[in-house]
Design a protein around this ligand. Structure first.
Ligand SMILES: [Zn+2]
Length: 436
């Protein structure tokens, strides 16, 4: 009996030891690509990326460097690009198409936060399938975004890595949407309210502060300034004190002009910016996130919202797109740094990278457009040492596309075939060929 007990102890000990040993050694994968675009200006033929756990440990063309223990994934038909980053989403806004209720009326009460987060998994899946492995989510109700971020980070939910803003900060006479009774979460009508709300957001665990410094959203393309320079300056200073960046929504030029000078880190949307403001953005390194494509999506889906006078609204959206593109063209020419933000919500999730097509129309090469959703976007997040490139030490966020992404921007937009996020394969369409 005693002998059996000893044997049992030894067995448990050995089993325990071998379990610990395997847990210490992360899984090794060797990814083979026909070509690799590393995001730092280098390309490599017959590239091999060695991934250990969630990080890239080596990038080489030398097949003898593949460890014997590695799981080899053959993607030699494809080109590798870094996992893409969308710096402006609203991924928790889910549209249940089985309901007759218009999409915006489905958001928030009476839908429970837990239901919103659960349903948003579909938006998350579509986002990953577009090659977007990281998002900066700029506005959600009920802290749906912080919950979703945390569930994804702990592996309980599949989705892009999220950096979240919680409630956008807005004035009560111009809430995020006209006619919408917003919960008090982000409402701030005085300078001291702005300070209080930022402190509450930080306490709730947001990664970035979002402030609405003008009117304008969905069908409303007006851009009247809502916060003063002093209020935006207070927001920027306090956000920075907490180590957070400030993203300022401004549809028109006035809010943008003050936001740039107040020290905002990124300007969202802004059309018709004057030359002096554009020059100041270039000088300060303020990011421009024009979100041109989101109005294309609204114009294409105009019938689902139940808006009156659709023709008039479509004209307004298309006029806004034209001015937005023109502003982007001028800003790019002036040397302003761009980051790609789609403003994706509802079924636009998954169409995130269509914004890159507008960037090429604004004068960028496909390579410059790619940088807006890789290295530039990573720098705007403050994650330029971990995200946005395929180099050793970085998180293993890698996308396989079919074709040459440096020759044609549509390769990045339409030809994503395989996606890895943090060393895990999260989308794989390598075996599904389009129907002839
Ligand atoms: Zn937005």
């Amino acid at each position: 009996m005693r002998r059996f007990f000893l044997l049992l102890c030894c067995t448990i000990l050995v089993a325990g030891w071998s379990l610990t040993a395997s847990a210490d050694e992360p899984a090794v994968k060797a990814l083979r690509f026909g070509k690799l675009v590393d995001g730092k200006g280098k390309t490599l033929q017959d590239a091999i990326v060695i991934v250990r756990g969630d990080r890239i440990s080596d990038v080489t063309a030398d097949a003898s460097k593949i460890p014997a223990s590695a799981e080899v994934i053959d993607l030699r038909r494809y080109t590798a690009i870094p996992g893409l980053i969308d710096v402006h989403t609203h991924i928790t806004y889910y549209w249940d198409q089985s309901s007759k209720v218009h999409p915006f009326d489905q958001v928030g009460s009476p839908r429970l936060p837990a239901v919103s987060v659960f349903l948003a998994q579909e938006n998350a899946r579509r986002t990953l399938e577009a090659g977007v492995t990281t998002v900066r989510d700029l506005g959600a109700g009920d802290w749906d975004d912080t919950a979703m971020r945390d569930l994804i980070n702990r592996g309980a939910m599949m989705g892009p890595r999220m950096f979240v803003a919680g409630y956008g900060i807005y004035v009560s006479d111009s809430p995020p949407r006209p006619g919408y009774i917003a919960p008090p979460g982000g409402r701030a009508d005085t300078l001291s309210d702005v300070m209080r709300v930022i402190r509450e957001e930080v306490a709730a665990g947001v990664d970035v502060i979002k402030m609405y410094a003008s009117t304008g959203t969905d069908k409303d393309v007006s851009g009247f300034q809502t916060y003063t320079f002093e209020e935006i300056k207070a927001a920027a200073d306090l956000a920075h004190k907490y180590g957070k960046r400030l993203a300022v929504h401004s549809y028109g030029p006035d809010g943008a002009r003050d936001a740039v000078r107040a020290g905002a880190d990124s300007i969202e949307h802004a059309t018709d910016m004057d030359d002096a403001t554009i020059a100041e953005m270039a000088r300060r390194g303020t990011y421009y996130v024009p979100t041109i494509d989101h109005n294309r999506w609204y114009a294409e889906h105009i019938t689902i919202f139940g808006w009156d006078d659709e023709k008039h609204i479509a004209d307004g959206l298309n006029d806004y797109i034209r001015r937005n593109l023109e502003t982007a063209r001028r800003a790019f020419k002036a040397g302003v740094r761009f980051a790609m933000g789609s403003d994706a919500l509802f079924t636009m999730c998954g169409e995130n990278t269509r914004e890159l097509g507008w960037f090429v129309k604004a004068g960028m090469s496909p390579e410059q457009a790619l940088a807006t959703t890789t290295t530039n976007a990573a720098a705007l997040l403050g994650k330029e040492k971990e995200l946005g490139a395929i180099v050793p030490g970085y998180l293993a966020d890698i996308v396989a596309v079919e074709g040459d992404p440096l020759a044609n921007v549509n390769v990045t937009i339409n030809n994503v075939r395989w996606v890895m996020k943090g060393g895990t394969v999260v989308a794989d369409k390598t075996n599904t060929r389009p129907a002839k």
